[in-house]
Write a protein that binds this ligand. Structure first.
Ligand SMILES: [Cu+2]
Length: 221
């Protein structure tokens, strides 16, 4: 969040996600961002007087780690730019009847002789494909978590369909390649791999988890 003394927080106007421009801007009071996610935002600093110090704060941080960066608003300047109401044509992935559905569970578990982090009960094996996916087909993947895991899929971006019984959050808009999944949550995404047949991976983007085997091989065919 963007805080300023004696003033309301400055909003973020999101114009882009992991995979490019959104169809339309989305305004957020705060942006919850996990490792691997990207948000393109526009901030209007003219909302505060010259001389204001605006601090970007991490609401999950503690002590000095909560202060991410500071902006000093030092002078007024002419600016006739504005964020358009429509930004881009974003294709919506349509799930056809009978689409393949797959579930991937991200949990703590045994990896060989060690405790590690697993997907569907197994640690990373580059030679074992968890899914063989036909190119060009839209599939629905459900990611289920035990604790917080941001899930990152390689090769092509995806779109968030729902979180549990709810629709996507505002923060899920647009093409994503990483989705922030909270503890004990199930998130459905629509995936489609288009061009490249081969072996790819998806994984948790928490460094400690991906380094402790929370990664899976998939093949596009
Ligand atoms: Cu994780």
């Amino acid at each position: 969040m963007l805080t300023a003394p004696d003033a309301p927080n400055l909003p973020f106007v999101q114009i882009g996600s992991d995979g490019g421009l959104l169809a339309a801007p989305v305004t957020h009071g705060a942006v919850e961002i996990a490792p691997g996610e990207r948000f393109d935002v526009v901030v209007d600093f003219s909302a505060v007087p010259v001389g204001t110090e605006v601090t970007m704060r991490n609401g999950f941080g503690q002590g000095p780690a909560a202060d991410v960066m500071r902006f000093h608003v030092v002078r007024a300047a002419p600016d006739d730019s504005r964020v358009p109401d429509r930004l881009a044509d974003v294709e919506e992935l349509v799930v056809p009847p009978g689409a393949t559905r797959r579930t991937f569970r991200f949990t703590r578990g045994a990896v060989g002789d060690h405790r590690g982090w697993t997907i569907n009960g197994t640690g990373f094996d580059p030679d074992r494909s968890l899914a063989d996916i036909p190119l060009g087909e839209v599939e629905v993947w459900r990611f289920v978590t035990d604790v917080h895991h941001p899930v990152h899929v390689h090769l092509d971006p995806f779109q968030v369909l729902r979180r549990g019984a709810e629709g996507p959050r505002d923060l899920d808009a647009g093409w994503k390649d990483t989705v922030d999944i909270r503890p004990a949550e199930a998130v459905d995404v629509a995936v489609r791999f288009s061009d490249h047949a081969g072996r790819f991976v998806f994984h948790c983007h928490n460094l400690e988890h991906e380094d402790m085997a929370m990664m899976a091989t998939i093949r596009t065919v």
